[in-house]
Structures are given as structure tokens and as C-alpha cells.
Design a protein around this ligand. Structure first.
Ligand code: SF4
Ligand code: SF4
Length: 368
């Protein structure tokens, strides 16, 4: 199983769609729907011996350093890595990765680095100078021997639907792996029907253009790890059904700063989604699944339900959630339509089925 460990709830960035939006959302009404527990401390006080014992009970354990910003707790990262031997991953803004000694960085064999596309777009969302600093740090870790996967993890904001341009910009900057998520449905106040309908139209066109670009690369033997495309095509090739693709609440859990085990990192204060603690048997953690409209949706077996938090919180009205789903359906339909072409490329030997395989649940949520 994959476990996100929340090392710190604080962050050294003040991004537009996270920090700034949280300041605007005074009351999303969730306190009437769920029971909250804000008693966990800002920084992880998890006992590493206990964590080790817990992970030893799961022979497939993978640990993902997560925050806030996990690199604000380099002390804890080192303590954990010195004591525990499991595969490590990290989701980070990478601004401080130059401060983590290379023998630790090089053991974290998959990194999800927050970048939103071009320098201009990243700096607009994440603050002046962010892009250059992150790229410089990436160059440094590579120079220091890092040869793991680096996934550029983008947020697509509702004001900027130009996915194609931003993903291509990241590919040109040297990324073979990209994941994106649409910032929609996670705050109550930011829904506007007209604005989001316009976004969805433009975004869908951009998705189609990016799929064509992706397939053109395949004709030259390259399958870029554009995770939302890769995972769906992998399922279509294998004729495989999926559950929630991020794995939250059944294949992946989060360990809160005080050692509670919860369905997903962003639900760490909601008691309703607590699955156990570090004394629990990982095999017996409480399981969660999506409900409501997803259960009757004919796309469920390929979509999986987008996001457990979004599905359960229902912060946007139904018409807004339907608009989000229209983008998911468009993505799936477009990829399905390209499957015969992809299968032909596989048959011709230009690419192989194995190029679509990937490690599930380590971070990319897959469905944007
Ligand atoms: S398309 Fe929407 S309703 Fe259908 S399974 Fe996905 S998230 Fe659920
Ligand atoms: S997609 Fe949603 S449920 Fe899954 S890990 Fe992300 S926030 Fe949690």
C-alpha cells in the first residue's frame, strides 16, 4: 500500500489556488456534514519506531513524503530514511531540495514537483522566481546523481485552460512525466457557471490537441508519461476496470502529523475519514469508496470517481460537478477513439504495451 506521510502542515509557498483561496473560503459548510478534529500538531510528531513497525506489517509499503511542504522537515525525512527501508517518493515544491543531502535525495526514486507550465505561468501562480529556483534545483540534483523519475505536477486554474501550451512547455524544458489537476470543486465560493462552462470548452479543445501531440510522439517511439492519458490507455489496453485512481481509502492512506491513518492527505482533519492509526494492522484499515452520482455513471469503471474528497464534500452544486464530469468524459471518449491507432502502433512495433505501465497510487491522481 502507498502511504502519504504529512511531515508538516505548513508551506513555504503562498500559491494562488491553495493558500490564497483558503484565505477567501470562510465557511464551506463542511462542519455541518463531517466531524472535524483539529488537534493534530502542525509538524509531524510521529514516532519513527512505531512507523517502522506499522510499515513492516505491509510488505508492499511505499512512503510518500508530503506536506504542506515536506522539505520544511528535513530532520524528520532523515530520521525516517535512516531507520526505515521502503521505497520512498516525495511531493514537493522543490524549493528546498538543494538542502537535503544527495544520499537522501537519490533514494527518493520518484519526485512530484509542483510546476504549472512555463516560467510565466508558474511564477504567476506560485510567486516570482519560483520556476527558475525549481529548475536550478532540478539541475543540481541531476548533477548530484539523481536518476529517478521527476513528474511535473501542474494545477490548471479556471482562468487558464491552455493545457496544451503549458504541458508542451514542460516537455520542452525536459520533463517526460507530467500530471495535472483542474482546480475545480475544491472550494465552495469559486463556482461560476458561465466562467466554468467557458473554461471547460477551451480545456476540452486543449486536451484533444494534446492527445494528438502525444500520439505524434508515439509515431517516433516515445510514450510520454502524461499520467491522465497513460493510465486510461493502460486500462483500455488491459481491459481493466479501476476503482478511485488515486487509491485514497483502499490502496493509499495518509499518516497525519500525530499518527492517525486517514483516507487521503487533505481529509486528515475529518474524523469521518479516519481509517485507523499506527497500531492498526494495515490490512484491516477502514475502507472508503465514492458514492452518489458516480455509482450510476457509465464512465465509473474507467474514471474511478475523480476524487474521494470532492465526491464526498460536494462543495459545488450538481450542475458544476456535471460540468467537471463533462471534461472527464471528453478525455475518456477522446482516448477511446484513439485506441485503434495506438493499437496499430503497438502492432507495428513502434511502441510497446509496457510503455503505458506505471506505478499506481504514488501521487498522480490521474483524473484531473
Ligand atoms: S465522470 Fe464524474 S460521475 Fe462519472 S465516475 Fe467520473 S467523477 Fe463520477
Ligand atoms: S484525488 Fe482527492 S481523494 Fe485522491 S488523494 Fe487527491 S485529494 Fe485525496
Amino acid at each position: 500500500m502507498h502511504y502519504h506521510i504529512l511531515l508538516s502542515e505548513t508551506c513555504n509557498s503562498e500559491c494562488r489556488y491553495c493558500y490564497k483561496k483558503s484565505l477567501e473560503e470562510f465557511d464551506n459548510g463542511l462542519d455541518k456534514k463531517f466531524k472535524f478534529d483539529f488537534s493534530s500538531p502542525e509538524d509531524s510528531i510521529v514516532d519513527v519506531k512505531k512507523l517502522k513497525k506499522f510499515l513492516e506489517k505491509d510488505k508492499n509499503a511505499v512512503l510518500i513524503f508530503y506536506g504542506g511542504e515536506p522539505l520544511l522537515r528535513i530532520d524528520k525525512i532523515k530520521e525516517i530514511m535512516d531507520a526505515i527501508d521502503v521505497p520512498f517518493r516525495m511531493q514537493t515544491n522543490a524549493k528546498l531540495i538543494d538542502k537535503l543531502p544527495k544520499e537522501y535525495v537519490n533514494r527518493i526514486t520518484k519526485l512530484l514537483v509542483s510546476l504549472d507550465g512555463s516560467c510565466e505561468r508558474t511564477d504567476y501562480n506560485r510567486g516570482e522566481g519560483t520556476y527558475d529556483r525549481v529548475m536550478e534545483n532540478i539541475r543540481l540534483i541531476k548533477k548530484n546523481g539523481y536518476n529517478g523519475e521527476i513528474v511535473a505536477r501542474m494545477t490548471i486554474s479556471q482562468e487558464n485552460p491552455d493545457l496544451y501550451e503549458q504541458v508542451v512547455s514542460l516537455i520542452r524544458a525536459g520533463f517526460d512525466s507530467v500530471h495535472w489537476q483542474i482546480d475545480a470543486g475544491f472550494f465552495k465560493f469559486d463556482y461560476n457557471k458561465e466562467k466554468f462552462s467557458k473554461f471547460a470548452d477551451e480545456y476540452n479543445k486543449s486536451v484533444s490537441k494534446l492527445i494528438d501531440y502525444w500520439i505524434n510522439g508515439m509515431k517516433k517511439g516515445k510514450v510520454l508519461k502524461l499520467y491522465p492519458f497513460l493510465a486510461i490507455i493502460d486500462s483500455l489496453i488491459k481491459n481493466e476496470k479501476t476503482k478511485l485512481r488515486c487509491g485514497a481509502g483502499y490502496a493509499g492512506y495518509a499518516i497525519s502529523t500525530d499518527g492517525k491513518v486517514v483516507a487521503c492527505p487533505i481529509m486528515n482533519c475529518i474524523e469521518d475519514f479516519c481509517a485507523g492509526n499506527l497500531d492498526s494492522d494495515p490490512g484491516k484499515l477502514k475502507k472508503f469508496d465514492v458514492s452518489g452520482d458516480c455509482t450510476n455513471c457509465k464512465y465509473l469503471d474507467l474514471c474511478g470517481g475523480r476524487c474521494l474528497y470532492w465526491n464526498q464534500a460536494q462543495l459545488w452544486p450538481k450542475e458544476g460537478n456535471d460540468l467537471i464530469c463533462s471534461t472527464i468524459k471528453h478525455l475518456i471518449d477522446e482516448l477511446k477513439a484513439k485506441l485503434p491507432e495506438i493499437n496499430s502502433l503497438i502492432k507495428e512495433g513502434k511502441i510497446s504495451k509496457q510503455q503505458f505501465e506505471y506505478e499506481k497510487y504514488f501521487g498522480p491522481e490521474i483524473i484531473p
